[in-house]
Design a protein around this ligand. Structure first.
Ligand SMILES: NC(=O)CC[C@H](N)C(=O)O
Length: 317
């Protein structure tokens, strides 16, 4: 191990220690009842460098519900199949609204602001349902191959819980269908979307699986170029402006990295050209973003040269 790698492990150990002082603040998501049972006193963090090394601290190998982080997988796969045609049905701008808001969608005639709010991900899932015969199986296979972990599963309890409490997402999908922006049956789209959200992955799995965003589209575990470098760059731009919902501006100010959160308490962030990182702790703030994971990423960004934040300028790890 080089001295620089020792540094990364030392950063993560320090962050693990510091972030645990934030446990006890916030609320575990309870609008999906199966998530409410999760232990709020967990914290983990993992880094995957662009040459494939993994560093981890705390509960970094414990699987959790990826929830909206899966919107990155969905978008990647849909862009691979449909390319720029996707943007005729979903926008690229921050919403400035909660992730499950309906008001903007009505005013904007069923075109969601971006692919990382629920409405946008439902449109992406609709493309996905059109493209694959068994969407849930496909997304599970993709998560497994990108992370190199064949044990990744969709949690059937979370899936059933999301289905049972689907009213708001169903309303969102039906509203878009009324504007002609959902092609398939709403139930099929919801099932595919919930299956993605219910994937159980650890910080290590997610840091590995989403490293292609830091590595110009190259997926390590697949040993192949997953998406073109310019597409990876564009996805990072979208994550920077919209990945943290209506808190994207505040997160950009505090952390300065492209990132995506989920109501399972995970946040994945990208240091383009260098590494991917996933921090996780279940308790959330009022925007649905993990309090301890945000704090951890804020501390991590303090370790980076300011040039690496936003621009991804050279950094040795
Ligand atoms: N922000 C999130 O992680 C939301 C995902 C969740 N499955 C929902 O649809 O409400």
């Amino acid at each position: 191990m080089t001295g620089a790698s020792d540094n990364v492990q030392a950063w993560l150990d320090e962050i693990n220690h510091a972030a645990r002082t934030r446990l006890g603040q916030g609320q575990v998501a309870d609008y999906i009842p199966a998530l409410a049972e999760r232990d709020a006193n967990r914290f983990g963090i993992a880094v995957c460098t662009n040459d494939g090394r993994v560093f981890a601290a705390g509960d970094a190998r414990m699987p959790f519900s990826v929830q909206s982080i899966s919107k990155i997988f969905l978008l990647t796969l849909a862009l691979q199949v449909y390319g720029n045609r996707l943007w005729e049905r979903v926008g690229m701008n921050p919403s400035g609204m909660p992730f499950n808001s309906l008001t903007q969608l009505e005013a904007e005639k069923g075109i969601p602001r971006n692919p990382f709010i629920n409405a946008g991900a439902l449109v992406v899932a609709d493309h996905f349902v059109s493209a694959y015969a068994t969407p849930a199986q496909h997304i599970q296979d993709v998560a497994r191959s990108l992370s190199g972990n064949a044990g990744i599963l969709i949690d059937q309890r979370v899936l059933a819980s999301e289905w049972k409490h689907r009213s708001r997402n169903a309303a969102t999908a039906y509203l878009m269908k009324s504007f002609g922006n959902i092609a398939n049956e709403v139930d099929d789209v919801l099932r595919a979307y919930f299956a993605c959200c219910a994937l159980e992955m650890s910080c290590v799995d997610l840091a590995r699986a989403l490293n292609y965003l830091a590595a110009g589209g190259y997926a390590h575990c697949l040993q192949q170029q997953l998406i073109a470098p310019d597409l990876a760059r564009r996805m990072n731009s979208l994550l920077f402006t919209s990945g943290m919902y209506d808190a994207a501006g505040e997160f950009a100010y505090r952390v300065g990295l492209p990132a995506k959160s989920g109501v399972g308490g995970g946040i994945v962030a990208v240091v383009p050209g260098r590494f991917s990182v996933c921090a996780w702790s279940p308790a959330l703030d009022r925007n649905g973003n993990s309090i301890a994971a945000q704090y951890a990423l804020e501390r991590l960004s303090d370790y980076l040269p300011s040039s690496a934040v936003v621009t991804g300028a050279p950094l040795t790890v």
